[in-house]
Ligand binder design. Structure first.
Ligand code: LLP
Length: 421
């Protein structure tokens, strides 16, 4: 249930017809549903009920401040991976003690920013990072709360570009070396160990890799406690997959994921943190776009849209599938035709999908890409000097532009032509 449903043959976002948004804001545009964001957050909270927990939304999936605020107002924490994301979270009103800072390459400047503004914990990924963080914290007269991200060498069985928990990946420290690395952390004056962190990848559609990774973390908790460390938090990362098609996909539900966590963590007496991104924001957003041309090709017809790879890079980058549906619901039994659906950008990679059966469409018709709320707008660019597309948030029968489309002048006036040229 994602609140993008047909009513009387017109596709709505909650109580707003998407055609109204297209008429007001223009296309292409991202449209998000507050009710869906809220629902998804509560799915995790309900699934973890009974365990002390903090759901830290992975802001990288969709970092618009309105989205962050909607979730933070419900009590969500945030998982940030850069100084910029930290600044966004703070600007959206998230208190520092609900922000965890992940990432393999935190700079001194980012550490200073977070230590000065307040931070729940840094998820540290290497010994050099640990040394620098200790020095930065000491210089500021502070102590940095840390977990250490361990790499459990588990195959997440997801796309290779978004798998992170194998020993060949750049993330975390090998779990086999954890005890010596925790000993080093304990010896550094600017750090305070608070727990362990693990994240094995994104869009996982099987619970087994989570289970293997979490079992290793539980074993490590016992060992580290025996070594004298205080392990009071386990950050179990994000990664639970979502259905990208309506028909044949049924990834595990948050309730099943929560039950797994409770089963594996048991009575370990820890606070659990999780960092879901995609499951909260993915199906809470669509990309709304119009057909510019229908072009007859040799053996195939092209649907040329006003959205392109710079607006939604996932198909080009990960061969990702997004359901694409018309805003006017097709009559039952209408004959579907195979289209190659493409954008206007000047490269063949700007192909969203090939041979996709669609009802007949004409220039000006509106279609949406479903499941585009996560890793959509945040990964967009101005390639081909195409303005970043607006973002719109719907709540009930209200909607608001939460990031406007820049004008050409706003876009090109950022360039500076040196006087001496
Ligand atoms: N925590 C950490 C440390 C992460 O690296 C990530 C995602 C998450 C949490 C959130 O994972 P999620 O719950 O959203 O799966 N651009 C790619 C996905 C990259 C994910 C990167 N890390 C895509 O469009 O599929």
């Amino acid at each position: 249930m994602d609140h993008f449903l047909y009513r009387d043959s017109a596709l709505f976002a909650e109580d707003v017809p998407l055609s109204d948004i297209a008429a007001t804001v223009g296309t292409p545009a991202y449209v998000y549903s507050t009710a869906t964001l809220t629902r998804h957050y509560h799915l995790f909270k309900d699934a973890l009920e009974g365990l002390p927990n903090l759901v830290c939304y992975a802001m990288k999936s969709n970092s618009n401040q309105a989205v962050i605020k909607a979730l933070a107002d419900l009590g969500a924490g945030m998982d940030v991976v850069s100084g910029g994301e930290y600044a966004r979270a703070v600007a959206a009103g998230v208190p520092g003690d609900r922000i965890v800072f992940s990432g393999v390459g935190k700079t001194r400047g980012e550490m200073e920013l977070a230590l000065s503004g307040g931070i729940r914990q840094f998820n540290v990924e290497s010994e050099p990072e640990m040394q620098v963080l200790s020095a930065v914290a000491t210089a500021l007269g502070k102590t940095a709360p840390i977990t250490i991200r361990v790499n459990p060498d588990v195959d997440a069985k997801t796309h290779e570009k978004i798998s992170t928990g194998k020993s060949e990946n750049k993330f975390g420290i090998p779990i086999s070396r954890a005890r010596e690395v925790y000993a080093l952390a304990a010896s550094l004056p600017g750090l305070k160990i608070v727990g362990i962190d693990v994240h094995i990848g994104s869009q996982l559609t099987d619970l087994a890799p989570f289970e293997s990774a979490y079992e290793k973390v539980v074993e490590l908790t016992h060992q580290l406690r025996a070594d004298g460390h205080e392990i009071s938090r386990l950050d179990l990362g994000g990664g639970l997959g979502i259905p990208y098609t309506r028909s044949n996909e049924a990834p595990p539900l948050p309730t099943e994921y929560g039950a797994l966590i409770k089963r594996v963590i048991g009575d370990l007496d820890v606070e659990v943190e999780i960092e879901p991104g995609r499951l909260i924001s993915g199906n809470a957003g669509v990309m709304l776009t119009s057909v510019i041309y229908v072009k007859e090709g040799e053996g195939r017809d092209f649907l040329i849209l006003d959205a392109a790879m710079n607006d939604l890079i996932r198909p080009a980058m990960y061969d990702a599938h997004h359901d694409i549906v018309p805003v006017v619901e097709p009559e039952p039994g209408v004959v579907q035709l195979p289209y190659d659906i493409v954008g206007p950008v000047c490269e063949t990679g700007d192909t969203f999908t090939r041979n996709r059966p669609m009802p007949p469409l004409a220039p000006g018709d509106l279609v949406v890409f479903r499941s585009a709320g996560a890793y959509g707008a945040v990964m967009s660019s101005e390639y081909n000097t195409r303005p970043l597309i607006p973002e719109v948030l719907v709540k009930g029968d209200q909607f608001a532009v939460i990031r406007p489309r820049p004008s050409f002048d706003e876009m090109i006036n950022r360039d500076i032509v040196p006087e001496w040229l």
